[in-house]
Design a protein around this ligand. Structure first.
Ligand code: A2P
Length: 316
């Protein structure tokens, strides 16, 4: 049986989901269909990935065929940064629902703790941002709460929030975020953040678990380290007769997080779901602990410019 993360109302989010960031339009529908038919029951999406319409074609096809029901699948999407004003949140959510061809989401997340002006995908100048004073995060959050009240989404949460930003949000609302999605892998353990989430009943999903090697060159640091080729990971993989990817995914699951490896390759889609058939032992975990050097593949630095007030996305 698939491991799951439980929510307060007993809903369960399967621990291993399929990521769709960077999955091309011509391949993502096939990947989602393959995943669902191979046993995945969790698909991670976002408006900004630019492929929700194609993901939705797979949902429509599979759910119409009828062997897999909508209610059996956990589907997440995310609010883009240009729709943080209160009047923009529900329309943006409805656009995602329309593209995904769904009538509700299981989880909707504020994608980043930054607000852009309407229509801005990636800002090219300071004046394409709203400041935190112009669109405070609590304004966006209250609209998320309203979306949940309306039954458009079952659960709400945030992504790319630091512990400080979570604490700030929690201090301003009675409806705490139920979920957090952040980058997590053996180079970035974020134990403090995980402990904070555990104490506050926030379920955590790990993104870029395999190191996101298919990011565009523009997003990559010159000599960023490989996770899949890390000698410690490769050694542990050999020991368990698993692939490096499976070790990385299993590590995330053993820590109690959900994890969303992206693949559009049928063999790797299946391989990734079959990751958690064995336990990493104490020696493995101790070796992986040594790899933590707070390295991020997704630096968030594209949101930090002179004039806007997001001087430090991760509060580090
Ligand atoms: P592909 O889609 O061709 O399988 P992340 O989830 O960290 O963003 O990483 C996604 C990258 O890892 C993609 O380039 C994906 O390529 C690749 N990938 C996915 N699963 C595996 C695996 N089991 N082994 C090696 N590479 C993988």
């Amino acid at each position: 049986p698939l491991r799951t993360l439980k929510y307060k109302n007993d809903d369960e989010q399967p621990a291993i989901g399929l990521g769709t960031w960077k999955s091309g339009k011509g391949e993502v529908a096939k990947a989602v269909e393959t995943a669902l038919k191979s046993g995945y029951r969790h698909i991670d999406c976002a408006a900004t990935y630019g492929n929700e319409n194609e993901v939705g074609e797979a949902f429509e096809k599979v759910f119409t065929e009828g062997k897999i029901k909508r209610e059996e699948v956990w589907i997440t999407s995310k609010l883009w940064n240009d729709s943080h004003k209160k009047e923009d949140v529900i329309p943006a959510l409805k656009q995602s629902l329309n593209d995904l061809k769904l009538d509700y989401l299981d989880l909707y997340l504020i994608h980043w703790p930054v607000a852009f002006k309407k229509g801005v995908g990636f800002p090219e100048s300071d004046d394409e941002f709203y400041s935190l004073q112009e669109v405070p995060i609590i304004e966006t959050w209250e609209a998320m709460v309203e979306a949940k009240k309306q039954g458009l989404v079952k659960h709400i949460g945030v992504s790319n929030f630091s512990k400080e930003k979570l604490e700030d949000l929690i201090s301003k609302t009675n409806e705490n975020p139920e979920a957090l999605q952040v980058e997590l892998h053996p180079y970035l353990h974020q134990n403090d953040l995980l402990e904070f989430c555990s104490k506050n009943g926030i379920n955590v999903t790990a993104y870029s678990p395999l190191g996101s090697g298919d990011r565009s060159d523009a997003m990559k640091a010159e000599d960023e380290p490989s996770l899949l080729e890390n000698p410690t990971i490769v050694k542990i993989a050999k020991k368990h007769g698993a692939s490096a990817g499976q070790i990385l995914i299993n590590w995330a699951v053993q820590r109690g997080t959900a994890v969303i490896p992206k693949s559009t390759n049928e063999g790797r889609i299946k391989e990734n779901l079959a990751s958690s058939g064995y336990q990493l032992d104490e020696d493995d975990l101790a070796e992986i602990d040594k790899l933590d050097d707070h390295f991020r593949y997704v630096t968030g630095e594209f949101f930090v410019t002179e004039g806007n007030s997001y001087s430090n996305i991760y509060d580090e």
